[in-house]
Design a protein around this ligand. Structure first.
Ligand code: NAD
Ligand code: GLY
Length: 370
């Protein structure tokens, strides 16, 4: 097992990564002192893994409440959150009750926000079961739900007490979801660790086969980088924004196509290639590095070109991204391999990047999704 730490003073917490953690009574007795626990999961993950957690909690003499929510991004909304509050109140959960988020980023984000707000804050533990949630969303305390007018628009920074990643859970994850998680793994190499990037180039095939040692290394390195960045800038007033590499383009793809047509990680795959091309146009990296990134993204099973929305539509979609500051979009660019730079960009280079990378016939993309 690998143990890492997110260092945030008295709100510091451990990240534990390894096989068979779901069943580990010792770990759970150390990490979860609460007498009452609420396992919040969904209709896909609960039948696979909730019983194992429940057994451990019962062995430890805890009162266990289970909440199974519908699957999908649609669950991250106010009405479902309210159902969580209803259940917590009906079961007379108090401020010592600990919420357990068992699932991917949707369950983690919603449960974290429920924990941040129920009775002004109760402890919660992340048990992420997708690669994306293991390497990204379960670490760092961004919690929240979507609003009809925007994704992730309602939320709070609220850190978990611990993050327990049982890598065995990835065995049941659909291949497409695994690839989506790999986009975020590649991101860490591109912006923060040149050696890790090269390691990913050498090990991508084994990662896609879910080789446990290789997966553990990739998840641990990703989490270590994220923990380091979050420890420096919890509320994204500066360096944390580098974790959004590829996301300004990616969010535009997701919202332009309609959420769910491409998975978030798929949009980030193409978005990172676009950000790299833009970085090269600004002289920050050479074309050989753009090509290396393009090959790695493709090897992860992700798209390397974006839909050909009209250029003005692209600019409008990117202008509403959260990284806008005083009306100006700031781009996260590669500044050499393993380094990032946050900067506004002249429109001419942006348009040239779109012309070169946003080449997928829209009708074809929609047809594939149907
Ligand atoms: P998800 O939670 O929807 O999970 C993807 C799919 O995999 C779902 O159908 C889920 O039921 C299923 N699943 C989960 N674990 C499984 C397993 N072990 N075996 C089989 N199926 C399994 O999606 P996600 O990609 O994990 O997370 C996306 C969400 O995370 C988005 O809402 C996004 O906004 C959010 N997010 C948050 C942060 C953050 O910092 N808080 C960062 C990135 C993304
Ligand atoms: N997913 C980016 C962040 O947590 O800041």
């Amino acid at each position: 097992m690998v143990e890492l730490k997110v260092s945030l003073g008295e709100r510091s917490y451990p990240i534990l990564i390894g096989p068979s953690l779901l069943d580990d009574t010792t770990i759970w007795s150390q990490q979860c002192p609460a007498r009452t626990v609420v396992i919040i999961s969904n209709s896909v993950v609960s039948p696979l893994y909730a019983a194992r957690l429940k057994t451990v909690f019962q062995k430890l003499g805890k009162r266990v409440i289970e909440l199974t929510l519908p699957d999908g991004e649609e669950t991250k909304r106010w009405e479902i959150l309210n159902q969580v509050y209803d259940a917590l109140l009906e079961s007379r959960c108090d401020r010592k009750t600990t919420l357990i988020a068992l699932g991917g980023g949707v369950i983690g984000d919603l449960t974290g926000f429920a924990a941040a707000t129920y009775q002004r804050g109760v402890p919660f533990i992340q048990v992420p079961t997708t690669l994306l949630s293991q390497v990204d969303s379960s670490v760092g305390g961004k919690t929240g739900i979507n609003h009809p007018l925007g994704k992730n628009m309602i939320g709070a920074f609220y850190q978990p007490r611990a993050v327990l990643m049982d890598i065995d859970t990835l065995k049941t994850l659909p291949e497409r979801e695994l690839s989506a998680g790999l986009a975020e793994v590649i991101k860490y190499g591109a912006i923060a660790d040149a050696e890790f990037f090269s390691w990913l180039e050498a090990n991508m095939a084994q990662l896609r086969e879910c080789n446990p040692e290789v997966l553990t290394t990739a998840i641990s390195r990703s989490c270590a980088i994220k923990a380091d960045v979050v420890g420096q800038d919890e509320r994204e007033s500066g360096i944390r924004a580098i974790l959004n590499f590829g996301h300004t383009f990616g969010h535009a793809i997701e919202s332009g196509l309609g959420y769910g047509v491409w998975l978030h990680g798929e949009a980030i795959g193409a978005g990172m290639v676009m950000a790299a091309v833009l970085s090269a146009k600004l002289g920050l990296i050479d074309n050989a590095l753009v090509e290396r990134l393009r090959r790695l993204v493709a090897a992860a099973g992700l798209p390397i070109a974006a839909p050909n929305f009209p250029a003005q539509r692209w600019l409008d979609l990117m202008a509403i991204d959260k990284k806008t500051s005083d009306g100006e979009v700031r781009y996260i660019l590669m500044d050499g391999l393993g380094r990032a730079k946050i900067t506004p960009v002249p429109e001419a280079q942006l348009r040239a990047t779109l012309a070169e990378t946003a080449t997928l016939d829209l009708a074809f993309v929609s047809l594939q999704a149907a």
